[in-house]
Design a protein around this ligand. Structure first.
Ligand code: ZN
Ligand code: ZN
Length: 133
């Protein structure tokens, strides 16, 4: 069983381990709705996914899709496409153990930001050795 929650913990969910389509999405909708350059997702059957605490809010992110998020802290949690009613996509970053859904592909690379990847790397913040952020 996979479990996850929003940042503040008001909304929790569980999903069966029968997941697929683990991917990093670079589309402009994922970018705009999260503020992140790319978003990791996995797909699970709707029958295998349940919210176990709290009540997410939702909005239409296109004419055919609905996204949910925590109304208190804003963490985006799910994506459901009207054209695929039997399945739901879940943000990998909201899992309690994101390593359980390792991305296997990149999608919408045509929309990806072309940022350099050879930047300096710091174990924590550039200025704080404590790791606080
Ligand atoms: Zn929350
Ligand atoms: Zn996307």
């Amino acid at each position: 069983m996979l479990t996850g929650q929003c940042f503040c913990g008001a909304v929790r969910y569980q999903a069966a381990e029968r997941i697929r389509n683990q991917t990093l999405c670079h589309c402009t909708l994922c970018r705009r709705t999260t503020g992140a350059p790319a978003v990791a997702w996995f797909t699970v059957a709707t029958d295998d996914f349940h919210f176990t605490a709290g009540e997410p809010s939702s909005f239409r992110s296109s004419s055919h899709a609905t996204r949910t998020f925590c109304p208190r802290c804003g963490t985006q949690l799910t994506f459901a496409d009207d054209d695929s009613p039997g399945e739901i996509d879940v943000t990998t970053g909201s899992l309690d153990a994101p390593e359980q859904a390792l991305p296997q592909s990149h999608v919408f690379v045509a929309d990806a930001l072309h940022w350099p990847d050879d930047l300096p790397r710091y174990a924590h913040s550039r200025t704080s050795p404590s790791g606080d952020s």
